[in-house]
Design a protein around this ligand. Structure first.
Ligand code: BTN
Length: 325
């Protein structure tokens, strides 16, 4: 454990109390000057520490940042988020995660950034990632066939939807395959990238972008109509750490279910949140192909089933889905 973690642990154990410098130093077996240096460092990281003559120091406020120490402190998972890499700025957390995975990073490793210079969306689109969002990627090493990797997107979608619903009470929906909406506006996107060698899955990177505390003025005009943030909907700032902790815990549970061949169960949950099933939709596929019809279901593989205007059924495995009603 690092010094600042020991000091923070001590403060959290003595929550609300002023503690004399002497007492902190003797309890942690560290010199008083080291403690003072550590307190200064914590203040640089936006922790608010009050000092009262005769009483000592007290932790007043924790910064609203996704600091690894804060995420791990109260995280009830076995392997998701046990190792966390935190950056103030990266090109893309998915790319950082990929590099870490190539170098042997363990299952469940989490990469988080405050901002991304080149956030990646689906189909080669750009993902705008300013301050205020949660931009994170999870490295997974599932023992499944490569063709099952896209199902992890649906698993992740359920974990995000359930967490957002529970933490905010908002009207959370999923648009097939992987957009999380509040009412009709997108609040989260998921980008799953699988890496296989000789038909064996080496690792999967699940990238999740949630618009949490973003002021929508930071969004380009053309995206503003279809997007929202949790802050915008709740009209107040959200504490990131708790949201991410609860998501990681739910994600781990669902991921274990997925690995235990319970994908049909997860799909049942997915259907509960689906905005797409029952809607008349247009799916834009590669090479400009468009399929139009009523979305009547999702099959065991996670493909969308459309009933076309002539009554025939068509399975769609991927594409950009637009709701027409
Ligand atoms: C989409 O197009 O809906 C998917 C968006 C995924 C964005 C996230 S943000 C964290 C991770 N890093 C990236 O570069 N992209 C994903």
């Amino acid at each position: 454990m690092e010094l600042y973690e020991l000091v923070l642990d001590f403060f959290y154990k003595n929550k609300g109390k002023y503690i004399p410098l002497k007492e902190i130093a003797s309890n942690l077996n560290i010199s008083e000057s080291e403690i003072i240096k550590t307190l200064q460092k914590l203040e640089e990281q936006e922790y608010k520490i009050d000092f009262a003559e005769d009483l000592g120091y007290r932790l007043e406020e924790t910064p609203n940042l996704l600091l690894p120490y804060e995420i791990k402190r109260d995280l009830k998972t076995d392997f998701i988020g046990k190792k966390i890499y935190y950056f103030s700025e990266v090109d893309s957390t998915n790319d950082v995660a990929k590099e870490l995975a190539e170098n042997g990073a363990e299952n469940g490793t989490l990469v988080i950034a405050q901002t991304q210079r080149r956030g990646k969306g689906r189909d080669g689109k750009k993902w705008i990632s300013p301050l205020g969002g949660v931009w994170m990627s999870i490295i997974l090493r599932p023992t499944i066939k490569p063709e099952k990797a896209p199902q992890l997107t649906l698993v992740t979608g359920v974990a995000v939807a359930e967490t957002l619903k529970k933490q905010t009470g908002l009207n959370v929906k999923i648009k097939w395959p992987n957009d999380i909406l509040i009412d009709d506006k997108k609040v989260c996107g998921i980008l799953t990238e699988a890496h296989a060698k000789y038909n064996t899955l080496e690792y999967v990177i699940v990238g999740i972008g949630i618009d949490v505390n973003m002021d929508m003025e930071l969004f380009p005009q053309e995206l503003r109509r279809g997007a929202t943030s949790i802050k915008e909907e709740l009209e107040m700032e959200v504490y990131y750490v708790e949201l991410v902790q609860r998501f990681l815990e739910r994600f781990e549970e669902l991921y274990l279910e997925f690995n235990a061949d319970q994908f049909p169960e997860i799909l049942r949950k997915w259907r509960k949140y689906s905005k797409t099933i029952g809607s008349y939709v247009e799916v834009h596929k590669r090479l400009g192909k468009i399929v139009r019809g009523e979305a009547v279901g999702i099959n065991k593989q996670g493909a969308l089933i459309l009933e076309l205007d002539d009554g025939t059924l068509r399975k769609v495995f991927s594409g950009e889905c637009i709701h027409l009603n």
